[in-house]
Design a protein around this ligand. Structure first.
Ligand code: SF4
Ligand code: SF4
Length: 91
């Protein structure tokens, strides 16, 4: 019963993907910072020793990242044997 409603015309609209131009200045569109997963951190300090920006300190046997110093280079990630580092959008 009843006829099918007319299906909306499928328009292949041009998708307006914003393009980021490097000429638009030094904006950090998505900056990522290291974050410590405390439940996994053993406080070994490998990450802190490896960080070229001294952005990690071990406090009370847990690494802590100072996000204002972290540039997201991921060096610490390579040095953590416990999988206790992850990367999130910087605060
Ligand atoms: S990502 Fe780089 S700068 Fe940031 S804490 Fe890790 S080693 Fe340091
Ligand atoms: S290397 Fe990993 S386990 Fe060691 S202090 Fe850093 S985050 Fe914690």
């Amino acid at each position: 019963m009843g006829s099918l409603p007319p299906s909306p015309a499928k328009e292949d609209a041009h998708v307006g993907t914003p393009s980021f131009s490097a000429a638009q200045g030094p904006s950090h569109a998505a900056r990522y910072c290291a974050q410590v997963l405390e439940a996994l951190c053993q406080g070994c300090g490998n990450c802190a020793r490896a960080c070229p920006r001294q952005a990690i300190a071990v406090v009370a046997k847990k690494a802590r990242v100072q996000s204002t110093l972290c540039d997201g280079c991921e060096t610490c990630l390579d040095h953590c044997l416990n999988g206790a580092l992850t990367f999130v959008a910087c605060p």
